[in-house]
Design a protein around this ligand. Structure first.
Ligand code: SAM
Length: 246
C-alpha cells in the first residue's frame, strides 16, 4: 500500500521540490509513497490570508495562529495519521522513531514558522511533537524533510539495495564502519589492506570492529543504551586492536 505523507506548510513548493528529487522522487514515481501539501493560508478568511499574530504577553516576533492549522487538519478527513508537529521542544527524532513511523502507513507533519505554533493547535490536533536536533531552524519544513527522508527510505521498494538499511548506522545501536572505494591509494592514504584481501569473513569482522571502535569513541551514549559490549564484541575488538590497521 502507498505510504501517505501530508505536510501542513506555508511553503508547499519548497517541500514538493525536495520530495521530487533523488531517492524520494524515484520512490514517489514508483508508488511507494505519496505527498500532499496543505497550506494553512487556504483556511483563512481575511483578505491578507494572515496566519500569524503578535504573541500574547508580549515579546519579539509573531506566532502562528491556531485556527488556520486546526481548520486545515479538520477540513481534511482522509488526513494521514499520526499528526506530528515539528518543534525544537519535541521528542528527539531518531532512527528508532523513523523505523516505527515507517510501519504506520502514513503521517502528517505540521511545520511551524515565526516564533512557533500557538500551543493550542498542537494540543488540539497533533498527536506528538518531534525535534530534529538541538538547533533552531527558521521553519519546520527542513525538519519535516528530515523525517520524510528518514522514513521513506525505510519503506519496502524505496531503495535499490535493501541490505544497506540493515547494515547502516544505528541499525544495532552502533554507528557504521568507514567506507572506501577506488583508488586503493589516494593522495598517499592507503585504504585498509583487509578490504583488498578478498577474505569476506575477515572484512565483515573488521567492519564490525570498526563500528564498535567508532561508537566507543564518538557515541558512548549509544553503547550504554544497548547495554555495553558483548563478550564476542570484546574479542572482536582485540582481534583488530587499535590503532586500526593501515
Ligand atoms: N521560538 C522557538 C524556540 O525557541 O523554540 C523557535 C521557533 S523556529 C524559529 C520556527 C519553527 O521552526 C518551529 O515552530 C518549528 O516548526 C521549526 N523548527 C525549528 N527548529 C526545529 C527543530 N530543531 N526541530 C523541529 N522543528 C524545528
Amino acid at each position: 500500500m502507498t505510504f501517505a505523507v501530508d505536510v501542513v506548510t506555508l511553503f508547499p513548493g519548497a517541500v514538493a521540490d525536495y520530495c521530487a528529487t533523488s531517492v524520494l522522487g524515484r520512490a514517489r514515481e514508483a508508488g511507494v509513497w505519496r505527498l500532499r501539501t496543505l497550506d494553512p493560508r487556504d483556511q483563512t478568511d481575511d483578505a491578507h490570508r494572515s496566519v500569524d499574530d503578535a504573541p500574547l504577553g508580549g515579546g519579539a516576533g509573531m506566532v502562528m495562529r491556531a485556527e488556520p492549522i486546526v481548520r486545515t487538519v479538520r477540513a481534511t478527513p482522509d488526513l494521514a495519521r499520526p499528526v506530528i508537529a515539528l518543534t525544537p521542544a519535541g521528542r528527539p527524532f531518531d532512527q528508532d522513531r523513523a523505523r516505527a513511523l515507517a510501519t504506520t502507513g502514513g503521517l502528517t507533519l505540521v511545520c511551524g514558522r515565526y516564533e512557533g505554533i500557538d500551543q493550542r493547535a498542537i494540543d488540539l490536533v497533533c498527536d506528538e511533537e518531534l525535534s530534529v536536533g538541538d538547533v533552531v531552524l527558521a521553519g519546520g519544513e527542513l525538519a519535516a524533510l528530515v523525517v520524510i527522508e528518514a522514513v521513506v527510505r525505510l519503506l519496502p521498494g524505496a531503495l535499490g539495495n535493501e541490505a544497506s538499511i540493515e547494515e547502516e548506522s544505528f541499525a544495532e545501536g552502533l554507528i557504521e564502519y568507514p567506507h572506501y572505494t577506488r583508488p586503493a591509494v589516494f593522495e598517499g592514504l592507503a585504504a585498509p589492506a583487509v578490504l583488498l584481501s578478498g577474505d569476506h569473513g575477515r572484512v565483515a569482522r573488521w567492519r564490525r570492529a570498526q563500528s564498535l571502535v567508532r561508537t566507543l569513541e564518538r557515541r558512548p551514549d549509544l553503547l550504554e543504551r544497548r547495554g555495553g559490549l558483548s563478550d564476542e564484541e570484546r574479542a572482536l575488538l582485540e582481534e583488530f586492536a587499535s590503532p586500526p590497521e593501515p
